[in-house]
Design a protein around this ligand. Structure first.
Ligand code: EPS
Length: 397
C-alpha cells in the first residue's frame, strides 16, 4: 500500500480538486486541519492582489465521516472565488461565435513561464490554455493533501516545519540552533524568516522589487523531526527517500534546485568533514545510536537515519514581470514585450509552506509503505513493533 494523490483545476476555473488515496481509516480529521494550512500558504509579504480575493477553504466530498477518515479516497475541493470574475473567459461551453476571439488571450509568452513551451507542445494558440494550469494556484490542492498527511504524521510524532533563509540578495544568519516550535516562530515573520534583522531587510528588498516592477526568488529550508530510522530504501533507485523528496520538491512551481543536508557545500569538503560520526546513544528512533552532527540531513543510502531531515529549495524569481522581457507575439511572430498579468512579486514564504506539504506527503507515503495498515490502529501496532525491534538492537550495541 502507498499514498497517492492527484489534483485538477485551473487558476481561474471554478475550483481546485484533490483526490488523496491511501490514508488509513480512523484518522481524526476536520476541515480546520486543512484550512489552517491553506491560510499559511496564502500569507507572506510580496503576494499579489489575488490573495485578497481568495479565502481558501476545503470542502471534503468523500473519504471522511463523523470526523474520521474511512480509508477510502479523500476528495477535497477548494473553490476559486475569483472564478466569479472569470466565468466568461473560462467558460467550458464552445463560443457562440467561434471567429470572435475570447477575451484575455495571452499571445506574448513570458520568458521563464510554461506559456511558450506549453503552446508548442499542446498545439494551442492562446497561452491562457497553458498558464491556467501552470499557475502556482494549483499548490492549494497540494497543501490540502499535505495537511491530511501531516495529520497522519502528527499521530506518529513526526513534525514538519520550515523557514525562509534567503530572498533575493538578503540571507538570514546561519548556524543558529533552530527553535523547537519552528513554524510558530517562522509564521510570525511576514517573510517566514527567523532572523529578525534579515526578515526586515527581506521586506525592504521586496518593496524595492515592487517599486522597480521586478520580482524575486529565494531559498527555504524544510526540517522533519521525529521520523524513525528506516523510511525509504537503498535497494532500488525509485525507493530512495532522498530521491523521492527531491522529485516532490522540484515539482513545485519555479523550483530550480534542491539540497539535502550539506548539499552542494559537501562537494568541496574533505570526507573527514562531510559525515556524521556514530556513537552510542539512547534515542529509540535512531536505533539507539547518536550522531556527532547532521551533515547527511537525516538520510543515508536513501534511508532515514532518525536524525532530522534537512531539505533546502531554491526558487527562481517569478516570471511575470511588470517590467516585461522581450518575447515574440504568437499570432504575428513580431518581437514584443511579454504579457504582464496580475501576479506575485515573490512567493518564497508560500513556497516554504508548499514544500512542507510535499514533504509531508512523501514521508507519509514512506510510513504507509513501511508500516501498512488499513486502519490507524493497525499501522500503529506495526510501527510500535518495529520500534521495539530497534530497541532490541540497541541492547546488542
Ligand atoms: C500565478 C499568478 C497569480 C498568483 C498565483 C500564481 O494569480 P493571478 O493570475 O490570479 O493573479 O497570485 O497564485 C495563486 C493564485 C495562488 O493561490 O497561489 C501564476 O501565474 O503562477
Amino acid at each position: 500500500m502507498t499514498i497517492r494523490f492527484t489534483t485538477a483545476g485551473e487558476s481561474h476555473g471554478k475550483a481546485l480538486m484533490a483526490i488523496l488515496e491511501g490514508i488509513p481509516a480512523g484518522l481524526a480529521l476536520v476541515a480546520e486541519d486543512v484550512d489552517s494550512e491553506l491560510r499559511r500558504r496564502m500569507a507572506g509579504h510580496g503576494r499579489g492582489a489575488r490573495m485578497k480575493i481568495e479565502s481558501d477553504r476545503v470542502e471534503f466530498l468523500s473519504g471522511v465521516r463523523a470526523g474520521e477518515t474511512l480509508g477510502s479516497p479523500v476528495c477535497m475541493m477548494v473553490r476559486n472565488r475569483d472564478w466569479e470574475n472569470w466565468q466568461e473567459v473560462m467558460a467550458v461551453a464552445p463560443d457562440a461565435d467561434p471567429d470572435k476571439p475570447r477575451r484575455r488571450r495571452v499571445l506574448r509568452p513570458r520568458p521563464g513561464h510554461a506559456d511558450l513551451v506549453g503552446v508548442l507542445k499542446y498545439g494551442r494558440h492562446d497561452a491562457r490554455d497553458i498558464l491556467e494550469r501552470a499557475s502556482a494556484r494549483e499548490t492549494a490542492a497540494r497543501v490540502a493533501c499535505g495537511a491530511v498527511c501531516r495529520k497522519l504524521l502528527d499521530s506518529f510524532g513526526v513534525e514538519i516545519g520550515s523557514h525562509v533563509v534567503r530572498i533575493g540578495s538578503v540571507a538570514a544568519k546561519s548556524g543558529e540552533p533552530l527553535p523547537a516550535r519552528l513554524n510558530q516562530h517562522a509564521d510570525s515573520s511576514p517573510v517566514r524568516c527567523l532572523d529578525l534583522a534579515a526578515s526586515q531587510a527581506m521586506v525592504e528588498e521586496i518593496d524595492r522589487a515592487i517599486a522597480d516592477r521586478d520580482t524575486l526568488g529565494g531559498v527555504a529550508e524544510v526540517i522533519v523531526r521525529g521520523a524513525v530510522v528506516g523510511l525509504g530504501s537503498h535497494v532500488s533507485w525509485d525507493r530512495k527517500l532522498d530521491a523521492r523528496l527531491a522529485q516532490a520538491l522540484m515539482s513545485i512551481h519555479a523550483i530550480k534546485g534542491v539540497e539535502i543536508g550539506l548539499g552542494f557545500e559537501g562537494a568541496s569538503t574533505w570526507g573527514s568533514e562531510a559525515h556524521d560520526e556514530i556513537r552510542r546513544g539512547d534515542n529509540r528512533l535512531t536505533g539507539g545510536v547518536a550522531r556527532s552532527s547532521n551533515r547527511a540531513g537525516g538520510l543515508e543510502g536513501g534511508i532515514t537515519n532518525g536524525e532530522p531531515i534537512v531539505l533546502r529549495l531554491a526558487m527562481k524569481p517569478i516570471s511575470t514581470l511588470r517590467r516585461p522581457l522581450e518575447t515574440v507575439n504568437l499570432e504575428t511572430g513580431e518581437t514584443a514585450q511579454a504579457q504582464s498579468e496580475r501576479s506575485d512579486v515573490t512567493a518564497v514564504p508560500a513556497m516554504s509552506v508548499i514544500a512542507e506539504a510535499m514533504t509531508a506527503i512523501v514521508v507519509a507515503q514512506a510510513m504507509v509503505e513501511k508500516f501498512g495498515g488499513d486502519s490507524l490502529n493497525e499501522m500503529r501496532r506495526n510501527y510500535d513493533g518495529y520500534v521495539e525491534q530497534l530497541s532490541f538492537l540497541k541492547e546488542e550495541v
